[in-house]
Write a protein that binds this ligand. Structure first.
Ligand code: PXP
Length: 248
């Protein structure tokens, strides 16, 4: 059996972080998105946070207008964000937990304990043609609940694994990776499409690219950071090459 292709979604949030640090018009995240597509991105991911700390509403409007690849719109499961998604109808909507005080999305979405509300929340997005994905940890309870929510996709949170690797905690990292692998298999066996992302870098991307059931990786902060030194195109091209090599 041949391994299905693996898509790379490039998250451009932190181009907007840099822009907003000065309140200037540059660097423009939409320009970054177009460059990312040229360099081989299969999709563009952007997270409109409640506090608009990086991506702002106008960025989403412009992305919807100009993108030639799917937009993966990350958002919290709130009425405000649902209305914005229903207005723009992006290809994909990724529901993430969101806390004002966090620096980045810290954990996965609580699906099992909020299943009824999330099922109702997802239905109109699906009816509008958006492919909804739920950003979750590898806990089987959350994966099984996701499979009952009406969402066709889960994105597994790789951030805990990448933190453990960065801290040199190899044994714990291996355990977390095993959990993510099992979670990916469980989600796939329940009929969910599996994506993964958060904190991925050249050093940590390979084990996820090598999992045949994983169909998409969403990567942002590392690529934008690397772009400062080598440019966005070369950074993406190298990530793509590592993904392809691991995929075999
Ligand atoms: N996937 C999801 C659901 C996210 O919330 C984020 C961060 O916005 C990413 C992927 C990308 O994470 P990073 O910027 O650390 O690569």
């Amino acid at each position: 059996m041949t391994t299905p292709p693996l898509r790379l979604g490039v998250n451009i949030d932190h181009v907007a972080t840099l822009r907003n640090a000065r309140g200037s018009a540059y660097p423009d995240p939409v320009r970054a998105a177009l460059l990312a597509i040229e360099a081989g991105a299969d999709g563009i991911t952007a997270h409109l946070r409640e506090d608009r700390r990086h991506i702002i509403d106008r960025d989403i409007e412009r992305l919807v207008e100009v993108l030639t690849v799917p937009l993966n719109f990350e958002m919290a499961a709130t009425d405000e964000m649902q209305a914005i998604a229903l207005r723009h109808k992006p290809h994909a909507v990724c529901l993430v937990p969101e806390k004002r005080e966090e620096r980045t999305t810290e954990g996965g979405l609580e699906v099992a304990g909020d299943l009824e509300r999330l099922t109702d929340f997802i239905a109109p997005l699906t009816e509008a043609g958006c492919r909804v994905s739920l950003f979750i940890g590898h806990d089987p309870r959350q994966i099984e609940a996701a499979a009952r929510s009406g969402a066709p996709v889960v994105e597994l949170h790789t951030g805990h694994y990448t933190d453990l690797v960065a801290e040199g905690r190899a044994e714990e990292a291996a355990l977390e990776l095993a959990g993510l692998k099992q979670g990916a298999q469980l989600a796939h066996s329940l009929g969910l499409e599996v994506h993964a992302g958060h904190g991925l870098s050249y050093d940590t991307v390979s084990p996820f690219a090598a999992m045949p059931v994983v169909r998409e990786l969403n990567i942002g902060h590392f690529l934008i950071s690397e772009a400062v030194f080598v440019g966005l195109g070369p950074a993406i091209a190298r990530m793509r090459a590592l993904m392809d090599a691991a995929r075999g």
